[in-house]
Ligand binder design. Structure first.
Ligand SMILES: C[S@@+](CC[C@H](N)C(=O)[O-])C[C@H]1O[C@@H](n2cnc3c(N)ncnc32)[C@H](O)[C@@H]1O
Length: 240
């Protein structure tokens, strides 16, 4: 089930404000710009592909997302292909030389079977010599321990200031369930989510099952090598 933050057009309008100043696009954008055909899985509001097109990308740019609220915003740009759905319902065949999953979208896959289904479809969508580049938060860095009311942020959206507070409800194995609350004068709402913090050995085993192997791995957005305590597991996976 898609989180309300993404499905509800009103809440989705908060998303880009919450992401302001994000460091990952400086990593992903050159990859997208240098690829002929790009699939962005869990593209959200489509900001990465929008930036690539605005910078003159001449080839195929395709964004896939199951959340109507997010895609409604993405569709403001008509020169990118936007597909409502997920990898369980699509069947691309060796069409893309780059597949990306950004914004920790990979963590929405909560079970090994969900990861298997996604990776199988991504492997099938990749052209010969293609790359799948994505990140997942490193469980060893325990990012969820900082998802507390003391770390609430204020964002300005639709002309009003909205306080966004994240609170963890439960940590069960590698699954973290949390609630994000939104509050502005005269209005409040919330969105419940669960994300999986997959450890790197299990991730590599699932990649291998799908016929993919990590060709490069980074631990942060500055391009630092992955270490046991890195905040991110950023993976460049290739067929083989
Ligand atoms: C945190 S957002 C990231 C959006 C975008 N990639 C970014 O970097 O800003 C996660 C996105 O994953 C999408 N999503 C949820 N379940 C999904 C699924 N099964 N397959 C693909 N995308 C999914 C959500 O709708 C949401 O847009």
């Amino acid at each position: 089930m898609v989180d309300r933050l993404f499905a509800d057009p009103h809440l989705a309008s908060l998303y880009d404000e919450l992401c302001a100043g994000r460091p990952d696009f400086a990593f992903y954008l050159p990859l997208v710009r240098s690829a002929r055909a790009v699939l962005d899985v869990g593209c959200g509001t489509g900001e990465l592909l929008r930036l690539a097109r605005a910078a003159g990308h001449p080839g195929r740019l395709c964004g896939l997302d199951p959340a109507e609220g997010m895609l409604a915003r993405a569709r403001a740009r008509a020169d990118v292909e936007w597909v409502l759905g997920d990898l369980a319902t699509t069947s691309w065949d060796r069409e893309f030389d780059l597949v990306v999953m950004t914004g920790h979208a990979f963590q929405v896959y909560l079970t090994d079977d969900e990861v298997r289904t996604a990776l199988r479809a991504i492997r099938a969508a990749l052209a010969d010599g293609g790359r799948f580049v994505f990140e997942t938060r490193n469980p060893a860095a325990r990012a969820w321990e900082r998802w507390t009311p003391e770390h609430a942020v204020d964002v300005v959206a639709g002309g009003r200031t909205v306080r966004v507070t994240t609170e963890v409800r439960e940590v069960a194995g590698d699954l973290v369930a949390f609630t994000q609350s939104y509050a502005a004068p005269g209005w409040s709402d919330e969105s419940r989510s669960t994300l999986r913090f997959l450890d790197v050995d299990r991730l590599d085993a699932l990649l291998a099952e799908a016929g993919l192997r990590p060709a490069a791995r980074y631990g942060d957005w500055a391009g630092g090598g992955f270490t046991a305590g890195s905040p991110e597991v950023i993976t460049v996976a290739v067929p083989g």
